[in-house]
Design a binder for this molecule. Structure first.
Ligand SMILES: CC(C)(COP(=O)(O)OP(=O)(O)OC[C@H]1O[C@@H](n2cnc3c(N)ncnc32)[C@H](O)[C@@H]1OP(=O)(O)O)[C@@H](O)C(=O)NCCC(=O)NCCS
Length: 169
């Protein structure tokens, strides 16, 4: 039987574990500590961790952002936009040994509840490969074409298969 897990808001003290999960999930495509930490600092109430037996086994990092706009890969976010109209999921990753147990879906649902509570009408994210794209499609996200030039450049930096996706709430 798979281990039970609990989800709660992320805290400062979780940072090292979040960073290590990120490094193991993305290897050479992982982001710097500064890039990850800036999301948590600016918007910790929209970031969540899943844990089991006191170990963090997955996380979801999200923050308010502008729809149809993609932050640059591995960038430190200096501030959140005043006129944010999208709940942007920057990253979702689960420890390899804990995948396929519903934790990713549960974290997305936690983000969804949070987005609704904050009155957002959409959630956006990047799916970086076909597996992630199908995972999000099953959760009713749809691929959305981006037209803003900077965002297209930023999207390409995530790899040739990366796609911008949206869930209307
Ligand atoms: C993408 C990712 C976050 C999914 O997390 P996860 O916890 O494995 O997701 P879930 O368990 O909710 O769903 C994954 C699959 O397991 C299945 N599943 C869920 N609970 C299950 C259970 N109890 N038993 C068997 N299968 C189960 C789901 O139906 C789904 O099936 P699919 O592969 O056919 O789509 C995870 O693979 C990951 O961390 N990948 C590396 C980082 C990454 O790419 N993140 C996305 C960035 S865009």
């Amino acid at each position: 039987m798979k281990d039970r897990f609990t989800i709660r808001e992320a805290k400062k003290a979780d940072f090292n574990e979040i960073f290590n999960i990120q490094k193991s999930a993305y290897k050479k495509f992982s982001e710097t500590k500064e890039a990850i930490e800036s999301r948590l600092k600016l918007s910790d109430k929209t970031c969540f961790v899943a844990f089991s037996k006191k170990e963090i086994i997955g996380y979801l990092l999200a923050h308010p952002w502008k729809a149809n706009s993609i932050p640059a890969f591995n960038s430190v976010l200096p501030a959140l936009p005043d006129n944010a109209d999208s709940f942007y999921i920057h990253d979702l990753a689960i420890l390899k040994k804990n995948r396929k147990a519903g934790i990713g879906e549960a974290l997305i649902n936690k983000g969804l509840d949070c987005a609704v509570r904050l009155d957002f009408i959409r959630i956006n994210l990047l799916a970086i490969n076909d597996y992630a794209k199908n995972f999000y499609k099953k959760l009713c996200f749809k691929v959305k074409r981006i037209t803003d030039k900077n965002s297209i450049t930023n999207l390409i930096a995530y790899g040739e298969n990366a796609e911008y996706m949206q869930l209307d709430l």
